[in-house]
Design a protein around this ligand. Sequence first.
Ligand code: ZN
Length: 173
Amino acid sequence: MNKHLLKSILLLSILLLIIIFTSIYTAEEQKERNKKEIEMVDIGLYQEVIPPISDKKAVEEPYIEEIDAEYLGVYTITAYCSCEKCCGKYALNRPDGIVYGASGKELEADVSVASPLDFGTNIIIEGLGEYVVEDRTADWIVDKYDGEIIDIYFENHEEALKFGKKELKVWRK
Ligand SMILES: [Zn+2]
């Protein structure tokens, strides 16, 4: 074999090795970069799925123990508003557009509730907060839930629908 050819082959091999190593290195670097990007996307998505904090302070049980509230049991919690669907004939009689509860007090969204409990009773609903009994639940509903029913008054029908129906612990403050 001639010396010149051997030299060429050797040079070519070195060149080939350099190309192979460079491409492996580049691929690894790209993989590392992709991984970092995925991690960043993950963090972004995670931040998006954190539920928004309600404007009404969530009530934790240690707080309830602190204020020595009386535990009433697990109640069915429903939602209503001032519309005809929720209030029937009462919705047709709103003097000056003011929504009064059966207690005679003006109802306040996210504060007033209807319940068979005494008017003016301050209650705490698990995870939701404090409310005041200002309205009465219809008798047939009270019977259906054996008296363990609280209907929260909402600003509009859409919000009431969104709340739906829940089973939650209730305390009397
Ligand atoms: Zn309604």
